[in-house]
Design a protein around this ligand. Structure first.
Ligand code: ATP
Ligand SMILES: Nc1ccn([C@@H]2O[C@H](COP(=O)(O)O)[C@@H](O)[C@H]2O)c(=O)n1
Length: 225
């Protein structure tokens, strides 16, 4: 289909990908696709059904009988697994801790990528994840690789946790972020890496509004060229 526009946003954990992708998509009138939520959904279901997370074949079979829906309304994104609202549940620490293992398997990724490409088939999208610019949407017109220092990312997560009434130590947040990045960068299949043609955007000292404005600038520039 002609005239479809794709914005790919990749980067390490807690760099701000989903926050800015959501706002940019809304401002552009594009659909926002949170691919991390899809891997989290499968991890949640595998944990709920006691599936062996070291068995990629079992995980793929589970995925084949799992419906994952990303639904958007005025209040934001909701995630449904087989019709159950798991929006909050997939952010719990047990899922976050295991999701990099589940996402490391080729069988799982092949199916997820097929689903993600299908979602982007008929509409303009802002898609965020780890392999969007390198693998899922290699022809995306705008590719952003969002980074921020690990200390800043830990602070951002801390503030988020504080709002939910939780007070984890800064060091535990920092360690969890660094460990997840390491696993995502070192896996064999589609590791987290900047696409050659992606724009690196360091958000360490940028506000959310400034990051969104930069992304919109790159999109407008491309649309006019
Ligand atoms: N530029 C920014 N300045 C300050 N805080 C930010 C900025 N961007 C995002 N945040 C905050 O940082 C936290 C993490 O952002 P977000 O969840 O969007 O990151 P992410 O890259 O999607 O993370 P993950 O990959 O782990 O899901 C959120 O609380 C968000 O509000
Ligand atoms: N395209 C993607 C997106 C995500 N992952 C894996 O899922 C984890 C959770 O992602 P969040 O963005 O929701 O934090 C992430 O740590 C990766 O292991 C992926 O592999 N590819």
């Amino acid at each position: 289909m002609e005239n479809l526009f794709q914005v790919a946003i990749d980067g390490p954990a807690a760099a701000g990908k989903s926050t800015v992708a959501k706002i940019a998509a809304k401002k552009l009138g594009f659909v926002y696709i949170d691919t991390g939520a899809m891997y989290r959904s499968l991890t949640f279901k595998a944990l709920s059904e006691n599936v062996n997370l070291n068995d990629s074949h079992q995980l793929k079979q589970l995925l084949d009988r799992t419906e994952i829906q990303l639904v958007h309304d005025e209040l934001g994104q909701k995630v449904y697994v087989d019709g159950e609202d798991v929006t909050e549940r997939i952010r719990y620490p047990d899922v976050t801790k295991q999701v990099s293992l589940v996402s490391s398997y080729e069988e799982v990724r092949t199916e997820m990528v097929a689903r993600q490409r299908k979602l982007a088939e008929s509409c303009s999208v802002v898609m965020d994840g780890r392999d969007i610019g390198t693998h899922v949407l290699p022809n995306a017109q705008v590719k952003i690789f969002l980074i921020a220092s690990v200390d800043e990312r830990a602070v951002r997560r801390y503030r988020e946790e504080e709002l939910k009434g939780r007070h984890p130590s800064m060091e535990s947040l920092r360690a969890a972020i660094a460990l997840r990045d390491k696993k995502d960068m070192e896996r064999e299949v589609s590791p987290l890496v900047k696409a050659e043609d992606a724009i690196a955007l360091d958000t360490t000292s940028l506000s959310i509004e400034e990051v969104v404005s930069q992304i919109l600038h790159y999109v407008k520039e491309k649309q006019l060229s």
